[in-house]
Design a protein around this ligand. Sequence first.
Ligand SMILES: [Zn+2]
Ligand SMILES: [Zn+2]
Length: 242
Amino acid sequence: MRSKVIEKIKKSFLDAFFPKFCFGCKKEGRYLCSSCTLFLSEAAFICPDCGKVEYFGKSHKSCRKRRHLDGLVSLWDYEGLIKKLIREGKYRSLIDVYEELVEYGFYTVKKNRGRFSLFLSFLFEEDTVITFVPLYKKKERRRGFNQAEEIAKNIGRVTKKDVFSLLKKEKETLSQTRLTKEERRENVKAVFSCNYIKKKIPKNIVLVDDVWTSGATMRECCRVLKENGAKKVWGFTIAKTA
Ligand SMILES: [Zn+2]
Ligand SMILES: [Zn+2]
C-alpha cells in the first residue's frame, strides 16, 4: 500500500517537472493523445513463416515446421507516429511510452476481437505465460531497461497473466537494421539460451518484442523455447514493418 502511495507521489512529481507531450500534436498530458490514435494504421496479420497475409495471424498448416512460431499478431504498421514512439521510447528511456502503447493496444484488441480471437483464446488459456526477447546484459545496463520486457510486463498487468524471464542473450550482435535477410538469420544464430529448468518450461508461451521486421530474432527465440520443452508459441509485437 505504502509503495503505491510513494509511486503516486513520484509520478505526480515527475509529471509536474517533466510534463509529457504528444508525439503527434504536442498536446500536453500523454505521449500519444486520443486524437492522434486515429492516425495509427492497424497492421494486417501474416503467417510468420511465409509472410503472406493470414486473417487470424496463425501460421499456415503447409508452412509450419517443428520449432517454428504457431502464430503472430502485431498491433500497428511500423511507420509515422508509432515508429517515432518506439524509437524515442528506446533511446530516451521513456518507459511510460510502453505503458501507453500497451493500454491503447489492448483497447483496440478488444474492439477487433474477431481477428484477434485465436491469439486471445491462446493468451487466456490457463497455463499460457508471457515472455520477451532478451537484450544482452551489458546493453540492458547501458540502456537501463529492456523495451521488450517493459511491453511484456504491461501486457501482464492489463491481462493479469504471469510474465517469465525465460531467455538469455549470450553475446552482443550487430544491429539487424542494415543486414540482409540472410545475414539477419546468421547474426542471431545460437546467441540465445534458455534461462529456465529444461522440461519444466511452460508449455504455452506468448513471446513479446517491440517490432517484427524479418522475424529472424523471434524465430530463433522460439526455436530455443521449443527445444527446451515449450509446445506452442505465439509472437506478439507492437509494430510490424509493412
Ligand atoms: Zn496528439
Ligand atoms: Zn504461410
